[in-house]
Design a protein around this ligand. Structure first.
Ligand SMILES: Nc1ncnc2c1ncn2[C@@H]1O[C@H](COP(=O)(O)OP(=O)(O)OP(=O)(O)O)[C@@H](O)[C@H]1O
Ligand SMILES: [Mg+2]
Length: 390
């Protein structure tokens, strides 16, 4: 039985972690991740942006915290704001201590016990009712090692007799640290000795993560299982969308739900966003007309963003995107180079690299190139290419 929602509650969510009734499917991936966590197998999750990595890890973490709290401690950490090694160490130790030590008092005792050498201090914020560990570390000091910090999960696992699962979101950020390679080597050297801990590393820059985990000369090569997260499939979206409508006393046919998923190419974020726009405009029963106006309005909202993307690209980069969405595959052939004005065949490599680094395209198996963002693709096809008369 679906829980009935209060009328003003929106049944779809985007831009936030999808939880509870806003979450669908991912049964297979959830099971795999849960089993990996319990068997302490390191896992790397890679997908294009906004396909649901954070939501998936969050869901599995919450399940384990509920069902297996006697055996495991799950620590979730997002290092998006950590721009240096020093900030990483602070965020890492804070997150691990907080996940492992349930009260403020224990947190203070634990920080002294485990990290005493760094003279830690704990501050408490009255406004947010949170506490924070801080310590001064000088990375320039040549002989200072951070072994205690890096080995903190293993030490706590031994002390508590529990397994520790450390999930680090936006992990690709470590690539930006000064002397990142040396840092990656240090992390790997420590983490691979931890036999009571597993690491789940993921993030939103697919190409950077591929560089870290899939390049054989990099420290994190073969660190663990790599899970290439897929989109959620059409049938699951159809079921999900009609259930969410029904939960709020509205109706949508399977055909129209399917059209929403098709238009957004089953992209998790956009399928939810488009569904939300359709739901807002549906009084009782959704119609084709509603689907149409909702899409216009959605694309309209996004068009400024898309115009900015276009403004940041060179003409040849734009032409390259147009060639992709026009269904071309042999970009280096003389015909295609000429038709889309892509320059020389040697230039194709640069175009791929530049658009990949901007997270605009994705290179699938067998070198199939697709645009990452289905709404951007729709806008390019139906607005940009029309107005540019391409
Ligand atoms: N299992 C799911 N069921 C329904 N919607 C989902 C699911 N997973 C993700 N979504 C939708 O996709 C959006 C993005 O999810 P999430 O933030 O987890 O993705 P991400 O891959 O971590 O993104 P980023 O690469 O930007 O970090 C969510 O806000 C939600 O709208
Ligand atoms: Mg994320």
């Amino acid at each position: 039985m679906q829980k009935n929602l209060k009328i003003m509650e929106t049944p779809f969510v985007y831009g936030r972690i999808a939880i509870f009734e806003n979450y669908t499917n991912r049964e297979k991936e959830s099971l795999l991740l849960k089993n990996n966590f319990l068997s302490l197998i390191n896992t790397v999750i890679i997908s294009p942006r906004r396909w649901g990595k954070t939501s998936l890890v969050n869901k599995v973490s919450e399940t384990l915290k509920k069902e297996h709290h006697k055996e495991v401690i799950v620590c979730n950490l997002d290092i998006f704001n950590c721009r240096t090694e020093e900030q990483f160490y602070k965020a890492y130790s804070n997150a691990i201590l907080k996940a492992s030590l349930s009260t403020w008092e224990k947190f203070i005792i634990g920080s002294k016990k485990y990290l005493g050498r760094f003279a830690p201090s704990v501050s408490f914020s009255d406004t947010t009712q949170t506490y924070e560990l801080s310590f001064g570390i000088d990375l320039k000091e040549p002989h200072l090692s951070f072994d205690e910090i890096l080995d903190l999960p293993q030490t706590i696992a031994k002390d508590t007799g529990k397994k520790l699962i450390v999930c680090i979101d936006e992990f690709q950020n470590i690539n930006e640290y000064p002397d990142s390679l040396a840092f990656q080597r240090t992390l790997r050297a420590h983490w691979q000795t931890h036999d009571k801990v597993c690491y789940c590393l993921f993030g939103s820059k697919r190409h950077l993560l591929m560089d870290i985990f899939n390049a054989y000369n990099m420290p994190f090569y073969k660190f663990g299982d790599i899970l290439f997260l897929q989109k959620i499939n059409r049938e699951d979206w159809v079921k999900f969308i009609s259930e969410r409508f029904a939960a709020t006393g509205k109706q949508i046919s399977d055909e129209l739900s399917g059209q929403i998923a098709d238009t957004m190419q089953n992209h998790p974020y956009y399928t939810q966003q488009y569904s939300q726009q359709v739901w807002l405009r549906t009084e009782n029963e959704c119609t084709e007309e509603v689907l149409h106006t909702a899409l216009l309005s959605l694309i309209d909202q996004l068009s400024l963003l898309f115009t900015n993307i276009i403004d940041s690209l060179s003409t040849k980069q734009i032409n390259f995107l147009v060639a992709i969405i026009s269904g071309e595959t042999s970009f280096s052939s003389a015909d295609v180079l000429k038709k889309y004005d892509l320059g020389t065949s040697a230039n194709i490599k640069n175009l791929k690299k530049a658009t990949l680094e901007k997270d605009l395209i994705d290179i699938l198996p067998h070198n199939k190139i697709v645009l990452q963002d289905p709404a951007f693709e729709y806008w390019l096809k139906n607005y940009y290419m029309n107005s540019a008369k391409m």
